[in-house]
Design a protein around this ligand. Structure first.
Ligand code: MG
Length: 370
C-alpha cells in the first residue's frame, strides 16, 4: 500500500491557473476534413468506458507537463515505472503503465452504484461510494486511489459532514474544475439510453455535475458534452454532431437555459469549429471549459480513436482528464475495434471495466439506440 504522505502528494489540483501560459511554438496539425469512418460492432457503453479508461491511463504519465514538453515526447505508448524507469513524469516513480486514475475510478464508482440500485440513481449512495474509492481503495486500477481533485475533495468533505449530496458541489466561479465532466459519461449514457428529452437530460446532468461542481458553467459544459456524445453516437460524424450542438438556433436556446456568464464562458467551444480557430488559444488548465474545448477539438480534427486521444494529450497539463473525456466520446463513436491493441493490452483491469459496462447497460438500457 502507498504511504500516507505519498497519498497526499497524489492529490491533484483541478482548478485552473490565474495566468494563461505562453503559447507553444508548434500547434497540432489540423487535417482538412474528417471522413466518415466505418463502425463495426460498436457498443457505446462498453467501448465508451474502455475509451475513457484507456485515454486516462495514456495521459497519466504526462499529467501537469506543459504542452511544449508533452509534444516533444511524441508519446505513442503507455509508459510507467515498469516500462520506462527513467521517465521523468509526475507519477512515473509510483505508477505503472496502463493505470487509470480518479477520472475512471469516479466514473465506475457511479456506474457501480447505479448497477447496485438496479438502474436507479441514488445521489447519496454515489457520494458514499466516492468515499469507498478514496478512503477504502475500491474501484481502483491499482491497490490505492490517486488523482483526487480539490473541488471534488471539498465536495466529499461536505457530504461527510452531513450536507445533502445534491448540495455538495462548490458554487463559486473558481469551483469550475473539470472533475464533474471527467466522470459524466455514465450519466450522459443514462440519458441517451433512456432517450430523454432535452429538458429531462438537462435536469439529470445538472444534478450529476452538482454533487461535486455546482456552478452553472459546469452544468453547461456537462450538458454540451452529453449532447455532443449523443449526436456522435447517432450520426457517426463529429462534424455533423458539432454542427447540431453549435448552430445559431441552438446557441440562442443555450442563452435562455443558462446564465449569461455561463454562455459567454463557452465562447471558445462555439468557435472551435471555425477554420480560423487557433487551438493554442485553449489554455493549459483544469478549467472545465478548456477540457471540453480540448476534447471537442480533438474529436473534430481527427478520424480515429488513437489520433483523437493523442491530440488531446498533446494539449498538455491535465492530460489524463482531457484524454479520458476525449476517449469516452471516441470510444463510444468509433468502437473498441479502433483502439490500438497495444493500449488495450496494457490498460489495467480491462475485464473488470468491460464487466461494469455490460452490467450498467443491462440495468439501464431499456430501449435500443436509434
Ligand atoms: Mg486523473
Amino acid at each position: 500500500m502507498i504511504e500516507k504522505n505519498e497519498r497526499k502528494a497524489l492529490l491533484k489540483r483541478d482548478t485552473y491557473p490565474d495566468n494563461p501560459p505562453e503559447k507553444p511554438e508548434n500547434p497540432p496539425e489540423k487535417p482538412d476534413k474528417p471522413d466518415n469512418p466505418e463502425y463495426v460492432n460498436c457498443d457505446p457503453v462498453v467501448d465508451g468506458l474502455l475509451g475513457l479508461a484507456i485515454g486516462d491511463a495514456f495521459g497519466v504519465p504526462v499529467e501537469f507537463m506543459s504542452r511544449r514538453e508533452v509534444r516533444a515526447l511524441d508519446l505513442r505508448d503507455m509508459v510507467g515505472r515498469d516500462t520506462n524507469p527513467g521517465f521523468q513524469g509526475r507519477w512515473t516513480d509510483l505508477i505503472p503503465s496502463g493505470a487509470w486514475s480518479d477520472d475512471t475510478s469516479m466514473t465506475i464508482t457511479a456506474m457501480s452504484s447505479i448497477i447496485e440500485k438496479k438502474g436507479e440513481i441514488d445521489w447519496e449512495d454515489i457520494m458514499r461510494k466516492f468515499d469507498d474509492w478514496w478512503i477504502r481503495s475500491k474501484y481502483t486500477s491499482l491497490d490505492f486511489p490517486f488523482g483526487l481533485g480539490s473541488n471534488v475533495s471539498k465536495a466529499m468533505l461536505r457530504h461527510q459532514n452531513g450536507v445533502p449530496a445534491l448540495e455538495c458541489g462548490g458554487k463559486g466561479f473558481r469551483d469550475n474544475g473539470n472533475g464533474a465532466l471527467m466522470r459524466m459519461f455514465p450519466f450522459s449514457m443514462y440519458c441517451i439510453l433512456h432517450d430523454f428529452s432535452d429538458l429531462e437530460t438537462l435536469s439529470l446532468i445538472r444534478k450529476a455535475a452538482g454533487i461535486t461542481h455546482g456552478h452553472e458553467i459546469n452544468a453547461m459544459s456537462c450538458y454540451l458534452y452529453t449532447l455532443f456524445l449523443d449526436q456522435c453516437i447517432k450520426l457517426k460524424s463529429p462534424e455533423n454532431a458539432y454542427r447540431i450542438i453549435s448552430d445559431t438556433g441552438r446557441q440562442s436556446e443555450f442563452m435562455h437555459i443558462f446564465s449569461e456568464e455561463a454562455f459567454k464562458a463557452h465562447a471558445q467551444v462555439f468557435e472551435l469549429g471555425s477554420r480560423e480557430f487557433n487551438p493554442d488559444s485553449i489554455r493549459e488548465s483544469g478549467y472545465v471549459v478548456d477540457s471540453l474545448a480540448v476534447s471537442l477539438y480533438s474529436i473534430l480534427n481527427t478520424q480515429n480513436y488513437e489520433d483523437a486521444v493523442r491530440m488531446a494529450v498533446n494539449f498538455g497539463y491535465d492530460t489524463d482528464t482531457n484524454a479520458a473525456i476525449t476517449g469516452s466520446i471516441a470510444g463510444a463513436m468509433y468502437g473498441k475495434s479502433q483502439i490500438p491493441d497495444r493500449w488495450i493490452n496494457t490498460v489495467r483491469k480491462k475485464d473488470y471495466l468491460i464487466q461494469i459496462g455490460e452490467q450498467f447497460k443491462a440495468v439501464v438500457a431499456n430501449r435500443p439506440l436509434g
